[in-house]
Design a binder for this molecule. Structure first.
Ligand SMILES: *Cc1c(COP(=O)(O)O)cnc(C)c1O
Length: 355
């Protein structure tokens, strides 16, 4: 740290992204919840075409992209804000709706970026313990008088709350915004988007990173009441008006034009998830019920640390977290069937060696 770094960041511990290996020839990469499927060919074509116009700024209003997202989700374009990854939408929402009078509330086991953004933005927050089985208890958030932030399905557990529970939380906190982070909603859970016209305090955030094979393009979006979106635009135009670049906006439009391709890929991921869940359970793993493109699992024989290390020796990358309650779990992204067979095979060998 230089002696110039502002002391207001004394407590800031930055987010640590999963490893992105440079040479991934023989690596089975199951550590960052990317899609194993390439983007639709129309996406590459759209990006290539847009490259010739890079001398011009992107459309700060993202008009075309907003209209395509709005069309797919049955809302008005003025209810949509596209962002540079959904991480940016989260930060925008925290800046817009969190402060000392509206502190944040989120689970103790959830997406690791929430406490980082809260610290960066100097917003107080409360971490609410998940239940013993790592599920979120909806009653804990009812009438809490705080800005609620829930990943649904939650990460890294993969478990989801039903829409009735989400609605009850939103309804019981009419004076605070409830942010529902639906990064994984396309893998089999219910979206709260259909509630945004009924609740002025509901903000739903989604991403193209997981279900639409665009993690490297950085595209997310928020959907909510027009006034919430206007507030987020105030933050956007105060930080980065051209937050979505030309290539990414074009890629997003092309992806939405081929939505069936991505939804079919999601169904394959869900099948591979069932296979992986069952195979790991047969090996003695405890595997939480996942509605996402990953499973959260722990062995009844080996520590998370050891398993993680042994898998890595076999060129299989998964994700592990240091937090006490979940340190023995591995978060394993769901890839192709072949990748998952390699993972299961490797896990079987490691357990065999251990006995
Ligand atoms: C991956 C993820 C995001 C962020 O994804 P972006 O790539 O920034 O769109 C947000 N929330 C959760 C829970 C995630 O797992």
């Amino acid at each position: 740290m230089s002696r110039f770094f502002s002391s207001k960041y004394d407590k800031l511990v930055p987010y640590v992204p999963g490893e992105q290996p440079k040479d991934n020839a023989d690596i089975v990469k199951l550590n960052t919840n990317e899609s194993p499927f390439p983007p639709h060919p129309a996406v590459a074509a759209a990006v290539a075409e847009e490259c010739g116009r890079l001398n011009l700024y992107s459309d700060p209003e993202c008009a075309l992209l907003h209209s395509k997202i709005a069309e797919l989700y049955g809302v008005k374009p003025s209810q949509v804000l596209a962002t540079n990854g959904s991480d940016e939408a989260l930060n925008c929402a925290f800046l817009a709706f969190g402060d000392a009078n509206n502190p944040l509330a989120f689970p103790d086991v959830t997406y690791g970026f929430y406490p980082v953004f809260a610290a960066l933005d100097q917003i107080p927050y409360e971490e609410i313990p998940v239940r013993e089985d790592l599920s979120v208890c909806p009653e804990d958030y009812m009438g809490i008088h705080k800005t609620v932030v829930l990943a649904n399905p939650n990460a890294p557990t993969g478990m989801a709350l039903g829409l009735d529970a989400i609605e009850a939380i939103v309804r019981s906190n009419p004076d605070n915004v409830v942010v529902i982070d639906e990064a994984y909603v396309d893998f089999g859970s219910e979206s709260a988007v259909k509630l945004v016209d009924r609740y002025e305090n509901l903000l739903v955030i989604q991403t193209f990173s997981k279900s639409r094979s665009m993690a490297g393009a950085r595209l997310g979006f928020a959907i909510g009441n027009e006034k919430l979106i206007a507030d987020m635009n105030t933050i956007k135009y105060s930080t980065n008006p051209y937050n979505v670049n030309r290539m990414t906006a074009a890629a997003g439009c092309a992806a939405l034009a081929h939505n069936e391709y991505y939804m079919a890929n999601c169904r394959v991921i869900m099948e591979n998830r069932s296979y992986t869940t069952q195979a790991l359970r047969e090996l003695g793993f405890e595997v939480l019920d996942s509605r996402t493109n990953f499973v959260f699992a722990r062995s009844n024989k080996l520590s998370g640390e050891e398993l993680n290390r042994r898998l890595k020796e076999k060129n299989i990358l998964v994700r592990r977290f240091q937090k006490e309650r979940i340190r023995d779990y591995l978060r394993i992204s769901i890839g192709t069937r072949e990748q998952m067979e390699r993972l299961v095979q490797a896990a079987a060998e490691i357990l065999e060696d251990a006995t």
